[in-house]
Design a binder for this molecule. Structure first.
Ligand code: CTP
Ligand code: MG
Length: 556
């Protein structure tokens, strides 16, 4: 069970600074269209990583005095930022100005002594704080204010959507409510940094980086935390660093393949997390997967973590998606909307299976936006032509080169509204020839399918791979049916929009409530004649969409 996060904000001047900083970094990381130059992905990662290395995680008693607590910690050095959250108890994330403060704090920290159990002494940056005289402090009211850190309940969401002024406004509301908060992002980087400390005990100078939706700007509150154990620096030999006539190499053990090396490394790290990792529970080693991984829960942060290694291409995919998300404010709004829509109709699931994944849906939205006229997003091949010498990147023989400087990419001249894009998205994929075509964001156009999987989305870097190979025909059919249904509902909207006071779901709210979609649309189908040829055709297509008589989605 995922705990609910409740963030406790900190008042006073520190909070004001934090707010300002949040504002600016939120603009940068979410790519909202303001005049601030957008940071490169690598710059954001570097900054956040460095911040996380100066940060500690502290489990606190619930009745703690914030002021005294901060004063106590400041003995070790000035604090630049802090926040509290609740997740099976109260936790504080405290960022010092200097890394040395952490060593100082660790020097006065003891390993707890237990009566019936034995502690494994492990000195991490995850602490427990106890009060020496609890009775002295309880009389004091904690001046800690709570702010929520979970996505809105469906009731709250439905209210927010009802009161929105337009469908565009509804999409932007959805984005605002579901996107990762500044604190959530900080906690994700901190969690990686804590795991890095553990892995570094074996692999000196390794790095553990977040990737996937935690960093690609498409993460919804509560999404998993994908981690990449990067041993790159260890294996790399840099001739520039040496002079003279000798080559120095480490003595190492050899195994018969990269895959076996990956499995061995992850196996040991998995054991380590299981036996010594503070707060790491439910460790599962899934080493026979195409991409071997260790899955575990980081209890204190509440994140479900997937740790992989030798997976540099996935980090590059995250950077590419970050760039696409930052280029135009409509991209993230549309992706969040499609992700929420898919979740609401059980097209996606947190359990792996033959369903569409969020990653595939994001690719579909990007592809659709590349197909608009004029295009809203450039193709990957075009981003490659803009790359500078410093952007050159080959991973495992795959060319992963594309421009990293966002400011070199011209904004699109397309002015379509989110409402029309949403409608067109559903129509586009409701009628896509999945049976013969593959989705390809590198070239931004359909390609003949190289194999017979029902849904084929080419991996943009490992072009022989299909990122949606897992999707079966019936799940694809479900997606197509719902897309057609949703296109039809949206095309009815103009006439049916209720007055704001009626409190009746409309627009996006209708699309996101599965029961409503079915009942409203069925009721409409019964009582209304299609107004235009287009709607008639849509209805026809819904009727004929059973797998036997449908040609569009038949994979064979
Ligand atoms: N990935 C990939 N090929 C796949 C699946 C995943 O390259 N077939 C990479 C992508 O870079 C993806 C990352 O692995 O972003 C993490 O995968 P996953 O957690 O499934 O997707 P997220 O994008 O993180 O989305 P979610 O919010 O559902 O976790
Ligand atoms: Mg993920």
């Amino acid at each position: 069970l995922r705990p609910t996060h409740r963030l406790l904000s900190c008042p006073g001047p520190v909070a004001a600074d934090l707010k300002r900083e949040e504002q600016s970094s939120r603009n940068v990381e979410t790519g909202s269209e303001d005049k601030i130059p957008k940071k490169k992905f690598s710059e954001v990662q570097k900054e956040r990583r460095e911040q996380a290395q100066r940060t500690v995680l502290i489990h606190c008693p619930s009745k703690i005095s914030e002021k005294k607590f901060l004063k106590y910690l400041s003995q070790h050095g000035p604090i630049s930022n802090h926040f509290f959250y609740e997740s099976f108890g109260l936790y504080a994330v405290v960022e010092f100005c200097q890394k040395e403060s952490i060593t100082s704090l660790q020097n006065v920290t003891r390993t707890p002594s237990m009566d019936t159990e034995a502690a494994i002494p492990f000195k991490s940056r995850f602490f427990n704080v106890k009060m020496k005289n609890p009775s002295n402090q309880t009389s004091e009211q904690p001046c800690i204010r709570c702010s929520n850190h979970t996505p809105p309940s469906s009731k709250k969401l439905s209210e927010l959507l009802c009161y929105a002024e337009s469908i565009d406004d509804q999409l932007n509301t959805l984005l605002k409510e579901f996107q990762l908060t500044e604190e959530d992002i900080k906690l994700r980087y901190l969690t990686c940094s804590l795991i890095e400390d553990l892995a570094a005990a074996y692999f000196q100078d390794c790095t553990v980086r977040p990737f996937g939706s935690s960093v690609n700007s498409f993460g919804k509150l509560g999404c998993d935390l994908d981690m990449f154990l990067d041993l790159g620096e260890i294996g790399k030999f840099n001739t520039n660093k040496t002079s003279g006539n000798f080559l120095m190499e480490f003595q190492v053990k050899n195994v018969s393949s990269e895959r076996i090396a990956t499995q061995k490394i992850l196996s040991v790290i998995g054991e380590c997390l299981d036996h010594f990792g503070p707060g790491c529970v439910g460790v599962q080693k899934i080493l026979n997967a195409r991409c071997p991984l260790v899955r575990f829960s980081h209890q204190a942060s509440g994140f479900q973590c997937d740790l992989t290694t030798n997976n540099g291409i996935a980090l590059k995919s995250s950077e590419l998606l970050y760039i696409y998300g930052a280029l135009d404010s409509r991209v993230r709004a549309l992706v969040f909307c499609i992700r929420c829509w898919a979740r609401a109709h059980s097209l996606t699931s947190s359990i792996p299976g033959s369903w569409i994944t969020n990653f595939s849906l994001t690719m579909m939205v990007i592809f659709f936006l590349q197909r608009r006229s004029p295009p809203i997003l450039p193709t990957l091949d075009y981003l490659k032509t803009l790359a500078g010498a410093e952007d050159k990147c080959i991973i495992e023989g795959h060319n992963c080169t594309f421009v990293s400087d966002l400011n070199r990419i011209k904004p699109s001249g397309n002015t379509e509204t989110l409402e029309s894009l949403l409608k067109e998205f559903f129509e586009y994929f409701g009628n896509f020839a999945f049976n013969k075509n593959s989705i390809n964001i590198r070239q931004g156009r359909e390609q003949n399918k190289p194999e017979s999987s029902p849904l084929h989305i080419q991996n943009p870097f490992e072009t022989s791979l299909n990122i949606s190979k897992n999707v079966n025909q019936s799940q694809l059919q479900k997606f197509v049916d719902l897309a057609r249904e949703s296109a039809w509902i949206l095309s009815q909207e103009d006439k049916d929009r209720p007055s704001p006071s009626s409190n009746r779901p409309w627009g996006l709210a209708t699309l996101l409530l599965p029961s409503v979609v079915n009942s409203v649309s069925l009721a409409k189908k019964k009582r209304k004649k299609p107004a235009s040829e287009r709607i008639k055709n849509l209805l026809e297509s819904i009727k004929s969409s059973s797998p036997e008589n449908d040609t569009n989605t038949n994979g064979k």
